[in-house]
Design a protein around this ligand. Structure first.
Ligand code: AMP
Length: 402
C-alpha cells in the first residue's frame, strides 16, 4: 500500500490551508451549544500543524441538513466558540462560505490566524457538487487539505470537486483522514488470522454489501442485532414479531450458502432475550432464536449466544465490529452489546487489532467506557461502511487521483 500524502509533506509557512473538516457535531436542541466535541478535537492536530509551520487556516464544514438555504439554527457560530476554546486562540467566523466578503477575509489572513467558513450546506451547490461553487472555495486557499473522513463517501463540492482545482502537489489528507484510512486498510489488506467480523444493527439491507465483501476475507462472521432474525426466518425459524425484512429472505439464504461454500464460519445468536416490545420496564424472557413465540420480539442476543460469540472473539487476531447486538438503548437489552464490547477489549489486551466503526457500535463502546481498550474507533459511519463494501470514496480519490 502506497503511503498516503499528508500534511507532513508540506511546510505551510506563509500559506493558506483550505481544510475540509467534519464539524457536524451534536448540539443542544434549545441553546445550540456543542454537546460532544469529539469531531472538533479530532481535527486539531491538522490545524495545529499548519499554524505551527507559520501558515493560516481556512476551515470549512457542513452542519446538519439545512436544505440549501441559510437557517440560523445550523450556523457554525457555536462550533467557532468551541474551536476557539480548544485552540486557545481567536477563530473568525465568515458570514458565508463563498462571495466577495469571504474572499477579502481569506486574502487578509495573517500567519497564525484561523477563519471558519459558515455552513457549506447553506448553498445547494455544495451537495450538488457544483463546479463553479467548488472553484470559489478553491480560490480561498493555497493548499487543499481533506480531513473529513466522515464525509469522504460524498462527491460534494467541498469534499471532492474542489480538489480538482489544485495540482497534486497542493492537496493532501489531514492526519485524521490518513489515520482512518491506514486503520481501515490494515483490516482490509494487512489482517492477521483469525479475522472475525461482528456485524449487528437493525437491517440486513444496510449490511448486505459489507457481508458479501467480508465473506472474501473473514474466518468468522458473528451476526447479531435485529438483522439476525431475517436470517432465522430464511431458515424457516419462528421469530415472532422480531424485526424482519421479508424482501431480503432470499439474500440472507444466499449469504449463508456462500459462507458454507467458502468455509467461512457464520455464527447466528443461538438464543435471544425477548419481550413484547423494547422498553426499560419490559418483562424479558430467554428462548432459542428460532423459536420465538408469536407476539414477542428478539431484542438482544442471549447468554448462550454471548458465550459462543465471546469464545470466537477472544481467540481472534483481527476484529471488525459494526452495529449493536441488541436494542442497547434500553437497559434490559444491553448485555449482549456490553459482553461483545468487553470481549473485543479483552482480545485487544491480548494483542489483537480491533476496529470499531459505524455510529451505534461507537456509541456503545463509549457508553461502556471501553473506547481506550480497543485499537481504533472510527469517526466515519457511512464512509467506513462504504470503504469496507469495496466502493471507492470520492473524497479519497480526489486527492489520490491526479
Ligand atoms: P444500525 O444503524 O443498522 O447499526 O442499527 C442500530 C439500531 O439497531 C439501534 O438503534 C438498535 O436499537 C437497533 N437494534 C439492534 N438490535 C435490534 C433488535 N433485535 N431489534 C430491533 N432493533 C434492534
Amino acid at each position: 500500500m502506497k503511503s498516503l500524502p499528508t500534511v507532513d509533506r508540506f511546510s505551510f509557512k506563509g500559506k493558506r490551508a483550505l481544510i475540509r473538516v467534519d464539524f457536524n457535531v451534536p448540539q443542544d436542541k434549545s441553546t445550540g451549544a456543542v454537546k460532544d466535541d469529539t469531531r472538533i478535537r479530532a481535527a486539531l492536530p491538522t490545524i495545529q500543524k499548519v499554524l505551527n509551520d507559520g501558515g493560516s487556516v481556512i476551515v470549512m464544514s457542513h452542519l446538519g441538513r439545512p436544505k440549501g438555504r441559510r437557517e440560523e439554527k445550523y450556523s457554525l457560530a457555536p462550533v467557532r466558540q468551541r474551536l476557539s476554546d480548544l485552540l486557545g486562540r481567536e477563530v473568525l467566523l465568515a458570514p458565508d462560505c463563498v462571495g466577495p466578503e469571504v474572499e477579502t477575509l481569506a486574502a487578509g489572513l495573517q500567519p497564525g490566524q484561523v477563519l471558519l467558513l459558515e455552513n457549506l450546506r447553506f448553498h445547494p451547490e455544495e451537495e450538488n457538487g457544483d463546479r463553479h461553487f467548488a472553484s470559489q472555495l478553491a480560490d480561498l486557499g493555497d493548499v487543499y487539505v481533506n480531513d473529513a473522513f466522515g464525509a469522504a463517501h460524498r462527491a460534494h463540492a467541498s469534499t471532492a470537486v474542489v480538489a480538482g482545482f489544485f495540482p497534486s502537489d497542493r492537496k493532501c489528507f489531514g492526519y485524521l483522514m490518513a489515520t482512518e484510512l491506514a486503520n481501515a486498510n490494515r483490516v482490509l489488506h494487512q489482517f492477521t488470522r483469525p479475522f472475525t467480523a461482528i456485524i449487528g444493527g437493525a437491517k440486513v439491507s444496510d449490511k448486505i454489501l459489507i457481508l458479501e465483501r467480508l465473506l472474501e476475507r473473514a474466518d468468522h462472521i458473528l451476526i447479531g442485532g435485529g438483522m439476525a432474525y431475517t436470517f432465522f426466518k430464511s431458515l424457516d425459524g419462528n421469530i415472532g414479531k422480531s424485526l424482519c425484512e421479508d424482501d431480503r429472505l432470499e439474500v440472507a439464504r444466499q449469504l449463508l450458502e456462500s459462507a458454507r461454500a467458502r468455509g467461512v464460519n457464520v455464527v447466528l445468536p443461538a438464543d435471544s432475550i425477548t419481550a413484547v416490545e423494547p422498553s426499560n420496564e419490559a418483562q424479558t424472557g430467554i428462548c432459542p432464536s428460532h423459536q420465538i413465540s408469536d407476539g414477542y420480539m428478539g431484542l438482544d442476543i442471549g447468554p448462550q449466544a454471548i458465550k459462543e460469540f465471546r469464545d470466537v472473539i477472544v481467540q481472534s487476531q483481527t476484529l471488525l465490529w459494526n452495529g449493536p447486538m441488541g436494542v442497547f438503548e434500553f437497559e434490559p437489552f444491553q448485555a449482549g452489546t456490553r459482553a461483545v464490547a468487553e470481549a473485543v477489549a479483552e482480545a485487544t489486551d491480548r494483542g489483537a487489532f480491533s476496529l470499531i466503526g459505524g455510529g451505534d457500535s461507537v456509541a456503545a463502546i463509549n457508553r461502556f467506557g471501553l473506547a481506550d481498550r480497543v485499537s481504533f474507533v472510527s469517526t466515519g459511519g457511512g464512509a467506513l461502511l462504504e470503504y469496507f463494501e469495496g466502493k471507492s470514496l470520492p473524497g479519497v480519490e480526489a486527492i489520490l487521483g491526479s
